[in-house]
Design a binder for this molecule. Structure first.
Ligand SMILES: *Cc1c(COP(=O)(O)O)cnc(C)c1O
Length: 398
């Protein structure tokens, strides 16, 4: 057996691999530079182009570009009318922003449990958490796999809830042949550098509903409008006149970030392809290892995976998750854990959420680890990761 690097052996590779990273080429850089030399550097023609690009790609009627994915979720909750006293159902196995967006609006996040095999929010658990205060569901396409859109749609229709899809992980994924972005009442994207398409920072909300679209545009920029039909004080006093008709924010995206996103969108199909190839290689290698549980996919989801998660079957290993993680690090494969259940954080603990609330999510959390997955990985990088996992497993096999 190969000696683990953490015990003084040779690491499987020299340079460190990280769990995710962007892929920016010279043409992406040029697209940004072109905007910086132009007349408009914020919320100008490139933001319009980015919105049209997202509409064309997803099939959604409207896209509203915002400064990041968290702002997208906040805007979606505001457009949905989420307010003090409301409840918003979401998953605990996500980035904190999926729940925080409800708190921003004075509402209370309610955590539904996950399916222990797909790790996505379980529609039956959503149903069980509905009260007469429930206003919306924020369903996260965790790791890029689509949530059960049909089931969640049916629940939302039955109870009059607004369905917001947190698609920060899932741009490029299809559900029953339709692109994510065109499915829920509102869909939120993030363009953070670890996500599939990046603008450095950036986000967008997509919708087919004109009323949401109007509200989203207002809250993005201070609730200010130049549109006569939205003003109360018309006839107005002159060409300078605009009105602030509701409370909004400055969630604008710059044109140079939009240019990067437009340039990256032209590569999305190749990113999707490469991510799928790597996932297929990982699945093939790990499905044979009894100590590793591979994430299950629903057939409706044609997934562009943002994260590749291995779940350790700790009953079959003589190490802890922490020891496995450290051993992978020493092999120069830097993993990450996605995510600590949101309600475990002190902010939520202080608000009375108790540990044990979502047993499936907590159980899955205790064994999972995200291994490197990004399109720029070479075949050798992929082999190195597989080698490292097998090596660590072999050393800790019971
Ligand atoms: C990244 C992420 C967000 C937030 O996006 P930002 O662009 O970083 O603000 C929201 N939800 C999920 C699930 C994410 O992974």
């Amino acid at each position: 057996m190969e000696k683990l690097a953490i015990k003084g052996g040779y690491p499987v590779r020299g340079g460190k691999l990280y769990y995710g990273r962007q892929w920016i080429d010279d043409d992406d850089v040029q697209a940004v530079v072109d905007v910086l030399k132009s007349d408009f550097i914020t919320c100008g023609p490139k933001v319009d182009e980015m919105e049209h690009t997202l509409e064309a790609y997803t099939g959604a009627k409207y896209a509203v570009a915002v400064s990041n994915g968290t702002a997208a979720l906040h805007c979606a909750c505001l457009a949905a009318g989420v307010k003090e006293g409301d409840e918003v159902i979401t998953t605990p196995l996500t980035f904190a922003a999926s729940a925080n967006c409800a708190v921003y609006c004075g509402a209370t996040p309610v955590f539904a449990d996950i399916d222990p095999e797909t790790y996505n929010i379980d529609p039956d658990s959503i149903r069980a958490k509905i009260t007469d205060k429930t206003k919306a569901v924020v369903a996260v396409d965790f790791t890029g796999q689509s949530v059960k859109n049909k089931e969640i749609r049916e629940i939302c229709d039955e109870f009059g809830l607004i369905f917001i899809e947190d698609a920060a992980h899932s741009i490029g994924t299809k559900y029953n042949g339709k692109q994510v972005g065109s499915l829920a009442d509102m869909t939120c994207f993030s363009f953070h550098p670890v996500k599939t398409v990046t603008g450095g920072e950036g986000g967008a909300v997509l919708t087919n509903d004109e009323n949401y679209y109007t509200a989203l545009k207002l809250v993005r920029t201070h609730g200010i409008t130049h549109d006569d039909s939205l003003m109360e004080g018309a006839p107005h006093e002159g060409p300078w006149y605009y009105e602030m008709v509701r409370l909004g924010y400055n969630y604008r995206l710059t044109d140079f970030q939009a240019a990067l996103i437009v340039s990256q969108m032209s590569k999305l199909d190749s990113f999707v392809q490469r991510r799928k190839e790597i996932v297929a290689q990982y699945n093939k290698a790990f499905e044979k290892l009894p100590e590793i549980i591979v994430q299950k996919e629903i057939p409706e989801s044609d997934t562009c995976r943002h994260l590749y998660i291995i779940q350790l079957d700790l009953d079959k290993l003589s190490c802890t998750r922490r020891e496995f993680f450290d051993a992978m690090s020493a092999e120069n494969v830097q993993c990450q854990i996605h995510y600590v259940p949101v309600y475990w954080f002190p902010f939520y603990q202080h608000r009375g959420y108790e540990k044990g609330l979502c047993p499936n999510a907590e159980k899955v959390y205790s064994g999972i680890m995200s291994i490197p997955l990004y399109p720029k990985m070479t075949d050798q990088d992929v082999r190195d990761v597989i080698h490292a996992v097998k090596k660590v497993v072999a050393n800790y096999r019971k």
